[in-house]
Ligand binder design. Structure first.
Ligand code: ZN
Length: 293
């Protein structure tokens, strides 16, 4: 009897095995490449409405240069460009506690183009020139408060002396920061020939895009020097925004000033009280439609 049972299993077991393999093969059958997904299953892209022509937004744009202590003789010549790390920490903490959310220049141009919403209280945090202390001193503080910033790089400076190197810029990109164009060699663009001007705006954009695999649409004018010719060259090179260097009033951004956006330059250790009037102006921006802008 036992022997019969054993024979039975010997005959049936392979059949089961073949069946199991056949079923398994059904499941691992390779899917045809480029399978066509029925249109109904493709999620519809979000639909935004471009904002009205005369829309204006309140958007503080903070401009920093060096984050550190002015230590050397050369540093002290540029002392007003230095912000102590402790002070940057205070400022970013203040922004965080008051509900500000950092945005990129790309997000701002997207808003004006397509209506893609911006946060209720946006802020643009920018660092000029690509100084090495932006990486060593500012980045940890940005991380601490979960802010992203825009770093305006001068391509000829990268990797030289006290400036950030390519690896460090790569790291900024990987952490979601925006890289902006601050020209090839940081000259007063208003004084350049048409040819030199075009090169300063275009070549640096190409280099940044190639090196870091990104799209660069934000430009910052070296020394804040620009005029109609400079703005037009920067626009023609493919930039959507141009950041100036100064601005006395609470910054109001419109379609009309995307290429000369007013800013709040953080010169030295500006008292928070002064800062406050830029961040919380007493009057709303003119022509501001109802929230959420
Ligand atoms: Zn600069």
């Amino acid at each position: 009897m036992m022997k019969q049972k054993s024979n039975f299993f010997c005959k049936v077991a392979p059949l089961f095995l073949v069946l199991a393999v056949a079923i398994a093969l059904l499941f691992v059958r390779p899917q045809p490449a480029n399978e066509v997904i029925p249109a109904a299953e493709i999620p519809a892209p979000p639909k935004y409405q471009p904002p009205p022509e005369d829309v204006a937004i309140r958007l503080p744009i903070l401009v920093y240069h060096h984050i550190g202590h002015a230590e050397t003789w050369r540093d002290s010549a540029y002392k007003s460009l230095f912000i102590e790390p402790e002070w940057l920490d205070e400022q970013l903490k203040y922004l965080k506690e008051n509900g500000f959310e950092s945005v990129s220049f790309k997000a701002v141009s997207d808003f004006f183009e397509s209506g893609k919403p911006l946060p209720k209280r946006p802020v643009l945090i920018t660092f000029d020139d690509g100084n090495g202390n932006n990486y060593t001193n500012a980045l940890p503080i940005l991380r601490k408060y979960g802010f992203t910033a825009t770093f305006f790089i001068v391509t000829n400076y990268t990797g030289n002396g006290s400036f950030m190197n390519e690896e460090q810029v790569h790291e900024l990109v990987a952490e979601g920061h925006e890289i902006g164009n601050h020209s090839v060699s940081h000259q007063k663009m208003t004084a350049l020939s048409d040819e030199a001007l075009a090169r300063e705006a275009t070549r640096s954009k190409e280099i940044l895009e190639e090196l870091y695999g990104i799209e660069v649409t934000a430009f910052a004018y070296p020394f804040g020097k620009y005029d109609e010719r400079v703005m037009e060259t920067v626009r023609a090179a493919g930039h959507k925004t141009g950041r100036s260097f100064s601005g006395k009033d609470a910054p109001t951004i419109t379609r009309g000033n995307l290429l000369n956006m007013p800013v709040v330059s953080i010169w030295g250790n500006l008292p928070m009280k002064t800062w406050d009037k830029y961040l919380f102006p007493p009057t709303p921006a003119p022509h501001t439609p109802q929230s959420p802008y």
